[in-house]
Design a protein around this ligand. Structure first.
Ligand code: EPZ
Length: 439
């Protein structure tokens, strides 16, 4: 299916605002859940396809609204995309430098679109692109992206609502450099890996983020002819090459979706298997769930969780990979709300990622919040009610709380949920949850 240009402003499924998940809680789950390709890998692999002179065929791409928006961004740059179920065929033969007017709505809808600045500068030597907005979970700055690209020979001019960037080296080509990030940033690391792949000379990234999605990006770029070593460690070396060809590439399983469903199993005290899943991408999550009283069985890419009937409270603080992922902080808090004892949950990555607390409290959770530390005293039962998810992971957390709550829960905020979870409610219904998407 050809994805058509769409100049309309309807990028966020606004019709979903009238929809909700209706969940009858306290149902025991059983069976196996299929894990989709990783949202936070697929999106950056799509951005990386801008670097290719050939065709990039991506497999195991999740069918989520963020992928649709990223597709529209690439199409706005003259790239041809054919989508068939979980495959994307991306051909950059007719690529053109993007204009900020064309992209402004799209870029405002999707922060990861800003990561395209790396590949665009690498290919065209200049970029006029909209500034990414902040969002509910934080200001989402881009200083690490900007300061690092400057070291590769880029100057920036901030216009009223977009950024004009230009490569000012003698050959108008990015030049390799040694860069040390001030903080661990997934996006800045990915932007620089992509930009440096076509730079003249060698780039060293120190204090690089280590998420599995960065390894996935480096693996695909190396298949395209890039020369990247050390992805997944704090020091990445990129030897720039002149051009990059096309490739076939399969996206890794989504560790955050897998972690979300592990917590669904734990919060309903149900044995569930996940496939395909990379347990090594979930080490800290598995550690915390084991500490609560869950057991695990592993075989190849199948992971099975067997929760005890009584789960103990454990303390947790989020941190960059390999620490506990910030994207699972809200789901984990929902679990701790039903555990035995008191836990302290600290969010250290984003400054405002506790919007789910007030909604969990409306379901009977006993949580007090000071700065970014939540003290959660487990209760025997949450009770169903109408709740509103404010972002992707908060909405997922409320749905998990609904699975465990006594009575009926209606969860609104599906326009967030569908950004990052493919077929969320059907996957849970298939393992016995009483969950329906309604209007
Ligand atoms: C990526 O966002 C993920 N998104 C996020 O997932 C994830 O929560 C985040 O990494 C952290 O793991 C995608 O990969 C598309 P960061 P990113 O740059 O790259 C600060 C989800 O729910 N920072 O690693 O935007 C920033 O303020 C989403 O799937 C700077 O200070 O996050 C934050 O405190 C949400 N300056 C910290 O670094 C910068 O230039 C981590 O942000 C950039 C970031």
């Amino acid at each position: 299916m050809e994805i058509k240009k769409d100049s309309s402003k309807i990028f966020r499924n606004i019709f979903l605002k009238d929809c909700y998940l209706e969940i009858e809680g306290e149902k025991l789950l059983d069976g196996s859940i299929r894990i989709s390709g990783a949202k936070n890998s697929a999106l950056v692999l799509m951005a990386a396809s801008i670097l290719s002179e050939g065709q990039v065929n991506l497999f195991n791409v999740p069918r989520i609204s963020d992928v649709l928006i990223m597709s529209k961004i690439l199409i706005a740059m003259g790239i041809n995309i054919k989508s068939n179920s979980n495959q994307l065929k991306i051909n950059t033969k007719e690529i053109i430098p993007p204009s900020q007017e064309l992209l402004s709505d799209l870029f405002n809808a999707l922060r990861v679109s800003f990561f395209c600045i790396g590949p665009i500068l690498a290919r065209f030597g200049k970029a006029d692109i909209p500034l990414p907005g902040g969002c509910l979970i934080g200001s989402r700055p881009i200083d690490e992206h900007i300061n690092s690209l400057k070291k590769l020979g880029v100057i920036f001019k901030f216009k009223d609502n977009y950024l004009s960037a230009e490569v000012i080296t003698p050959h108008k080509r990015l030049v390799g450099s040694s860069i040390t990030f001030k903080c661990k940033s997934v996006g800045a690391t990915e932007t620089l890996v992509m930009a440096a792949s076509l730079a003249e000379g060698t780039t060293i990234l120190n204090n690089a983020a280590q998420e599995p999605e960065i390894i996935d990006l480096a693996n695909m770029l190396n298949l395209m002819g890039a020369r990247i070593k050390g992805a997944g460690s704090e020091r990445i070396k990129i030897e720039g090459v002149k051009t990059l060809k096309g490739c076939d590439y399969t996206v890794i399983p989504d560790r955050i979706e897998a972690g979300t469903f592990l917590i669904a199993a734990a919060i309903t005290r149900s044995p569930i298997s996940l496939f395909p899943c990379e347990p090594r991408h979930l080490k800290e999550v598995i550690n915390k769930l084991e500490a609560c009283g869950c057991k695990f069985e592993y075989s190849k890419q199948l992971l099975r969780i067997i929760p005890n009937q009584i789960l103990n409270s454990v303390n947790m603080n989020t941190s960059p990979y390999p620490g506990f992922p910030t994207d699972l902080q809200a789901p984990f808090m929902a679990l701790m709300a039903t555990a035995n004892g008191t836990s302290k949950i600290e969010e250290t990555v984003f400054e405002n990622r506790m919007n789910h607390v007030k909604e969990l409290k409306r379901m009977g959770a006993n949580i007090t919040l000071r700065n970014n530390v939540a003290t959660v005293i487990g209760v025997k039962n949450l009770h169903g009610t109408n709740v509103l998810g404010s972002d992707l992971r908060a909405t997922a957390a409320l749905a998990l709380a609904g699975l465990s709550a006594r009575g009926k829960t209606k969860v609104r905020g599906l326009e967030h949920l569908e950004r990052g979870y493919e077929d969320f409610s059907n996957k849970l219904r298939k393992v016995g949850a009483n969950i329906l998407k309604k209007k």
